[in-house]
Design a binder for this molecule. Structure first.
Ligand code: PGA
Length: 250
């Protein structure tokens, strides 16, 4: 039985004061309730202090990680740096990284490989843009993204990955994939994982849905057989909304 995950991606939002209050609020909630797995990805400068605040079962993730080990890469953050401050999860290949910062499938494959080698769990993002869905190419696009992201991931590595399907047309737009549309893609992703690894491994991998998840749609989405929780952007910035989504996954 896969335990659900609700992960919040704060993107480039919040001052430290605001972040601290939200982290404390979430930590209190998770400490006092029986919840699904909870992950929060705050902006990078807050990662260290955020891990101190999250004394509960909730975990802190980075929003991105470098494909390089170390060296002259101004502004980048390595897996080793993350590990040294006890951050053990990183979102990799978010659609904003792909579209705004030029990350390619190949780069994402390298980042995933580096993360796993360092013992960091990657949350591997994939998802099609609107034109690709309109032309019926969504499964082809997503499977190409995943084949590249998992190019160097062997069976052991596959046991330590999380996947997030985030149709780009649903991110930050208020438009959500219907539970049926999302389930169809999640099933296709699980089939791809079963083909590459084994059915048993595929059955263990959590596949999250992302794209305008909110309190009003979380339960319907999370009740689909292959949807194992959500990667939440906008609604994770508000304590009450995020807690309601955690409750839907618990
Ligand atoms: P959203 O973002 O929930 O605001 O659509 C999701 C994401 O980008 O991970």
């Amino acid at each position: 039985m896969r335990k659900k995950i609700v992960a919040g991606n704060w993107k480039m939002n919040k001052t430290w004061e605001e972040a601290k209050n939200l982290l404390l609020n979430i930590n209190n909630y998770v400490s006092a309730h029986e919840t699904c797995e909870v992950i929060v990805a705050p902006p990078a400068p807050f990662l260290d202090k955020a891990t101190d605040i999250f004394q509960s079962k909730a975990k802190i993730a980075a929003q991105n990680v470098s494909e390089y080990e170390d060296g002259a890469y101004t502004g980048e953050i390595s897996t080793g740096i993350l590990k040294s401050i006890n951050v053990e999860i990183a979102i990799i290949g978010h659609s904003e990284r792909r579209s705004l910062f030029g990350e390619t499938n190949e780069m994402i494959g390298k980042k995933v490989d580096r993360a796993l080698n360092e013992g960091i769990t990657p949350i591997i993002c994939c998802g099609e843009v609107l034109e690709e869905r309109k032309s019926g190419n969504q499964q082809k696009v997503v499977s190409e993204q995943l084949i590249a992201a998992l190019a160097k991931v062997d069976t052991d590595g596959a046991k330590n990955i999380i996947i997030a399907y985030e149709p780009v047309w649903a991110i930050g737009t208020g438009e959500t994939a219907s539970p049926e549309q999302a389930q169809e893609m999640h099933k296709a992703i699980r089939d791809l994982l079963a083909e590459k690894y084994t059915q048993a491994i595929a059955d263990e991998i959590r596949i999250l849905y992302g794209g305008s998840v909110k309190p009003s749609n979380a339960e319907d989405l999370f009740s689909q057989p292959d949807i194992d929780g959500g990667l939440v952007g906008g609604a994770s910035l508000n304590a009450e909304d995020f807690k309601a989504i955690i409750s839907a996954g618990s």
